[in-house]
Design a protein around this ligand. Structure first.
Ligand code: SAM
Ligand code: CA
Length: 218
């Protein structure tokens, strides 16, 4: 049995070449993000997006909340998989990347289905709770220091049997390296330990992209 499979760029491309074709606007976002230099790393991987799309379809997910949208790759990918009456609500604090994302949603004719609420996600989440909104799935991918806060609030607005997906939980593998003691690595470690003991959910960590935790609210 293979113990370690390193997904490098070549293998990621191979997976992509042997999965379904990307939507033209997905390709455009990837190209745009490539031109941004280091911030390109913010985008979820192509293989992650394939998995999210299949996950959404198999679980008949309609209403999604995304916390952390950047230029829109993950939201647009999910938007392509929800039914006509589905909706994606995105929370992000960055006006400029949100405008870029909105342009891409429009280009893909998804602007009626995907909205971005601009501002600190904690404020927007509290408002969604006040407004009694309920989601089938929530994807957390914003500032890592707030993951636990986002997760706790998300549990209030995800339906029973709904899902919370959390990105970057393996943090380049640093979470398992005792020599890494920086603040962000510790924040992710603390979050992972918190999730481990939380019996409000069932969960597993998938080594997909930078690591994704999938939680099902019981
Ligand atoms: N999911 C996106 C994708 O796959 O392309 C990537 C999201 S990126 C890793 C994180 C995003 O979180 C950034 O766009 C950033 O502006 C946003 N963000 C950071 N702190 C935030 C906060 N306090 N409230 C709302 N959004 C925040
Ligand atoms: Ca991420």
């Amino acid at each position: 049995m293979i113990k370690v499979l390193k997904i490098d760029e070549k293998l990621e491309k191979y997976i992509s070449d042997h999965s379904y074709d990307l939507h033209p606007v997905q390709k455009e976002i990837i190209k745009h993000n490539d031109s941004l230099g280091v911030s390109k790393r913010m985008q979820i991987s192509v293989t992650q997006a394939y998995f999210f799309q299949l996950f959404i379809k198999t679980n008949k997910i309609k209403n999604i909340l995304e916390i952390g949208t950047f230029t829109g790759y993950s939201a647009l990918s999910m938007g392509l998989s929800i039914p006509d009456d589905g909706r994606i609500t995105c929370l992000d604090i960055n006006k400029e990347t949100s405008e870029t994302a909105r342009d891409f949603f429009k280009k893909a004719n998804l602007d009626k289905k995907i909205e971005i609420i601009l501002g600190p996600a904690m404020n927007s989440l509290k408002k969604l709770i006040n407004d009694k909104k309920i989601f089938d799935m929530i994807f957390i991918d914003a500032d890592k220091e707030n993951y636990r806060n986002y997760y706790n609030l998300s549990l209030e607005i995800v339906k029973n049997n709904g899902f919370i997906l959390v990105d970057n939980v393996l943090w380049k593998g640093d979470v398992a390296d005792p020599n890494k003691k920086d603040e962000l690595t510790n924040a992710i470690r603390e979050f992972n330990s918190f999730i481990k003991q939380d019996d409000r959910i069932e969960k597993t960590i998938l080594p997909l992209g930078d690591g994704v935790t999938i939680c099902r609210k019981i």
